[in-house]
Design a protein. Structure first.
Length: 173
């Protein structure tokens, strides 16, 4: 079985982090480690995360999503690095399904399917219709992988030079 560590980039995620962490610790695929990168939160995020067996790393200020991702990559040493955003709640077999895609040593990364279910604003609903965050099931070579629910070979992320930290909240993927 391939060794995987998972990280969660998080900024002011107190409303969702417990749902996310509950789902992470119900995964059917074993995780070597769960790392949460607190990106300068000012709410109860850290207090809530400390209730779980996670390794917590904190930025002293909000540096952005790409910086949080890079902090995780630099502090994880397993061959495979999984990522899930703090407002996502993956199904129990999420990681198992993604890891099945790594049947070739040439596979650098694979992503899951993110479905918007929070329609608390018109913007959320619009995004769910017009900005789907997944590729079709048979997409073998997508143009890119969405950052919210992916697994990459650590070596591939290092070889491409990490995430571009000019992108603070979106487009880093």
């Amino acid at each position: 079985m391939k060794t995987v560590s998972l990280y969660i980039p998080c900024f002011n995620g107190a409303k969702t982090i417990q749902f996310c962490l509950d789902a992470i610790f119900k995964q059917t695929y074993p995780l070597e480690e769960v790392l949460m990168i607190d990106d300068g939160s000012t709410d109860e995020t850290v207090k809530l995360a400390n209730q779980y067996p996670v390794r917590l790393m904190s930025h002293n200020m909000n540096r952005g999503l790409a910086a949080a991702r890079n902090t995780a990559i630099r502090n994880i040493n397993t061959e495979f690095i999984a990522s899930i955003d703090a407002d996502c709640t993956p199904e129990p077999d999420w990681l198992s399904q993604i890891m099945e895609r790594f049947d070739s040593p040439k596979t650098a990364g694979a992503g899951g399917k993110l479905l918007e279910i929070d329609f608390s604003s018109v913007c959320d609903f619009w995004r769910s219709v017009h900005m789907k965050q997944y590729w079709e099931d048979n997409e073998v070579f997508p143009p890119f992988l969405f950052g919210s629910n992916t697994v990459f070979r650590r070596e591939a992320l290092i070889n491409i030079g990490f995430y571009n930290e000019n992108y603070k909240s979106n487009y880093e993927d």
